[in-house]
Design a protein. Structure first.
Ligand SMILES: Cc1ncc(C[n+]2csc(CCOP(=O)(O)OP(=O)(O)O)c2C)c(N)n1
Ligand SMILES: [Mg+2]
Length: 406
């Protein structure tokens, strides 16, 4: 068992885990009171994996997570008051109240979110690490994701590029044994998740994710490899969420005894006990850590309650794709330097619809020649008139049903 660090570090680890625990208990309560909206995923039980990781990161390193990341933001130093305000949908929230629980973000502390798409943060992590490499900085990206995310295509694609480009990134799979209600043995052919990137040349290790000190050691080693040798690693932390997947989870997929067994491994209780047992902290300090957490969370709720809702007329602010010209370019037609005509949706919505409908209409009929070319305006392909069936099908197709049959 790795030795305990000095007393101030132990106190900080304990206080941070206690704060996350208390914050999330309260977030769950506020959700039941309908003060917090949207979805709510709690990481109660996973605090050692979170705090162990961030405690050895540099303040200029990047962290990117999933939709279960209130704790990750708190561990990175984000003001809990602003996180609670985000859950409440208030202007003082970390995303101005527009993102909610799944989209906590704090660029200043290099906590890069907060993503609802399982595995969606992996390629972004590679991008962050690439930016460090590109700019010649020695910052490292830590990417945390779930066991379920290790089955996504994004996982393999990201491992490949990270290994190929020697990116300074540490992948940390928070293996809490379930992806929603599906146990690891039922969702992953390879249940030793630390081995899942070996085929890409990325070495893996396993750590006890319920032991904050073990996590620190594992993460510190991965950070060194990334920072000094520019090599990615994969760390698998065994952990467990004591609560359901989200606030609305009847938990029929696991037994009460299993949860009880894991509760015995409570990362906060056990760490506090060890610190006291080894004489590094006193009972008084343990109490103090809990009291501080209590006060900070009470202040967070008060702050969130007092923060106003965003004015309705700001509803469309900060939207990435809301302009007078929403139609992006989907591709570049290499045959001409001009943008592909069929792709300028905003300029010719009627034409775009017509083309889409034509595509749908042609889908059902025998192919007796070249299809219309969406790149060309006017009639379909030169010299090739629509067949009668196509014309009929086109006339019968409902306007507005664009793309639905395609
Ligand atoms: C691409 C995608 N597929 C499915 C979902 C629905 N979904 C949300 S959470 C989840 C389970 C993910 O499990 P895991 O990666 O182990 O993370 P955990 O919730 O255990 O932290 C699924 C399937 C989603 N959000 N995104
Ligand atoms: Mg999981």
């Amino acid at each position: 068992m790795p030795p305990l660090p000095d007393a101030p570090t132990c106190f900080e680890l304990l206080a941070r885990m206690a704060l996350i625990r208390r914050f999330e208990e309260e977030a769950g309560r506020q959700y039941q009171r309908a003060k917090a909206g949207g979805f709510l995923h709690l990481a109660i039980g996973e605090e050692a994996t979170i705090v162990g990781t961030t405690s050895v990161m540099r303040s200029d390193d990047y962290l990117i997570g999933t939709y279960r990341t209130h704790g990750h933001a708190i561990a990175r130093g984000t003001d809990p008051r602003r996180i609670m305000a985000e859950l409440f949908g208030r202007v003082d929230g970390t995303s101005g109240g527009r993102g909610g629980s799944m989209h906590i973000f704090d660029a200043e502390r290099r906590f890069m979110g907060g993503y609802g798409i399982v595995g969606g943060n992996l390629p972004l992590a590679a991008g962050l690490a690439l930016s460090s490499q590109y700019r010649g900085e020695d910052t490292v990206t830590v990417c945390m994701f779930g066991d379920g995310a290790s089955n996504t295509g994004n996982f393999g694609e990201t491992m490949n590029l990270a290994a190929l480009w020697k990116l300074p990134v540490l992948f940390l799979v928070e293996n809490n044994l379930y992806g929603m209600g599906t146990a690891v043995e039922r969702h992953s052919a390879q249940t030793d998740l630390s081995q899942k990137a070996e085929g890409y040349g990325i070495p893996g290790r396993r750590v006890d994710g319920m032991d904050v000190i073990a996590v620190r050691e594992g993460v510190a080693a991965g950070l060194r490899t990334a920072r000094e040798a520019q090599r990615p690693t994969l760390l698998e932390a065994f952990t467990y969420r004591f609560r359901g997947h989200s606030a609305a989870d009847p938990e029929v997929y696991r037994k009460r005894e299993e949860v009880e067994e894991w509760r015995e491994k409570d990362p906060i209780e056990n760490f506090a006990r060890r610190c006291v047992g080894e004489g590094v902290l006193g009972e008084r300090e343990v109490r103090e850590a809990r009291e501080l957490a209590e006060q900070e969370v009470a202040a967070a709720v008060e702050f969130a309650e007092a923060s106003p809702e965003p004015p309705l007329d700001t509803m469309y602010e900060n939207l990435y794709a809301f302009t007078d010209y929403p139609g992006g370019w989907y591709a570049v037609d290499e045959r001409s330097p001009e943008p592909h005509r069929g792709e300028q949706e905003a300029e010719m919505p009627a034409r775009a619809r017509e083309l889409a409908e034509a595509g749908a209409a042609y889908a059902e009929i025998e192919d007796d020649g070249p299809r219309p070319n969406p790149a060309l305006q006017g009639d379909p392909v030169e010299g090739h008139a629509r067949s009668e069936e196509a014309e009929e099908a086109l006339n019968a197709s409902e306007p507005g049903a664009v793309g639905e049959d395609a």
